[in-house]
Design a protein around this ligand. Sequence first.
Ligand code: PA5
Length: 417
Amino acid sequence: MNFNFEKAFVNDDEIDLYRSRIEKAHYDLHNKTGKGSDFLGWVDLKIDDNELSRIKDAATRIQEQSDLLIVIGIGGSYLGARAVIEALSHTFNSKKVLFAGNNLSSDYICELLEYVDDKNISLNVISKSGTTIEPAVSFKILREYMEKKYGEEESRKRIFVTTDKAKGVLKEIANQKGYETFVVPDDIGGRYSVFTPVGLLPIAAAGVDIDELLRGVYDAKDEFANLENNPCYKYAAIRNILYERGKKIELLVNYEPKLHYITEWWKQLFGESEGKDNKGIFPAGVDNTTDLHSMGQYIQEGERHLFETVIDVKNSNKELMLSCYEGSIDKLSYLDGKTLNEINHNAMKGTVIAHTNGDVPNVVIEIEKINEYYIGQLLYFFEKACGISGYLLNVNPFNQPGVEAYKKEMFSLLGKK
Ligand code: PA5
């Protein structure tokens, strides 16, 4: 990965003023002495070999017995898997993994049932607490559907549960029904759990090489372990400095449609980690160049409370060269001999220039290409940067007390005792 912080327009002296705070955040994160220190298992993550084999075995069985896997989960029990699967799968070829339990829409679940009716399916229900209402309701509906379709015995082979090792309703159901279970580690919160069984089982079932993904994660873990010259820490400091300057909104920008759900994952990571105590940057995202024709106007000339973090994917996996001869009907001869990726990159570079000229600071993060290894690196980079950034903001980046408020009101409306 390469980083270009120049166009964030934050100078080294300003970052130096953060030096002692970065040092403290670094030691707190690595020595587990800061806020939320019970949830730092992801920092030095290492997946046990037996657990990894069990995940791969289950993924193979899912692939053999099913046309589709339905993954039931929400928030941190959903977005990481979806982000990685969408980034690393063919854009149009029919999908191997579908998602449920991330909403309460009647139309959504009914249409899902219609769609899978003539297909063989497996389920992976994921909930750390085992009590979250959205996945609980979807799982009830889908489990009953499975039992009707396959019978108890066969359903048992097709339902996989990822939850706490001992507690929660989901664990009780799994024990009673005899489903194969995977454990969400105690010391890893939902939005940091993509590289645990929470993400790895659905990702492997989608046909993604999880060894390569983890190789990227482990390399990033080493690369971003030190206090000195750590781009995670520089990014974290720059975000906080820009926030203090009134840049209250950060847009994650991509130029690859496959990265849309990486942005959704990133929004949860930063939003849920930092948005508390009446502070925090509001994380949003745009998919370019699509959104240059919708949000581009605002970004260029609207209120100046924005900065952007651009993901620059250097090489495309598939290449296409244009041949547009002089005088041709489409008047595109200036593109003759250029690859589509080159054109996309010029759109990106031009946008960075235009937006920074318009007082929207830009950080550019370059990855070589979209593959398992670099996606693993990228996500770990953001996790580490987010933990440090939250500490610099002086919040607990590992809790989410605010999520309870809507639940309380909803349960009271639904008459839950
Ligand atoms: O990051 C988090 O902790 C949350 O987004 C949770 O993942 C989300 O609320 C789902 O919780 P659970 O896995 O307990 O169903």
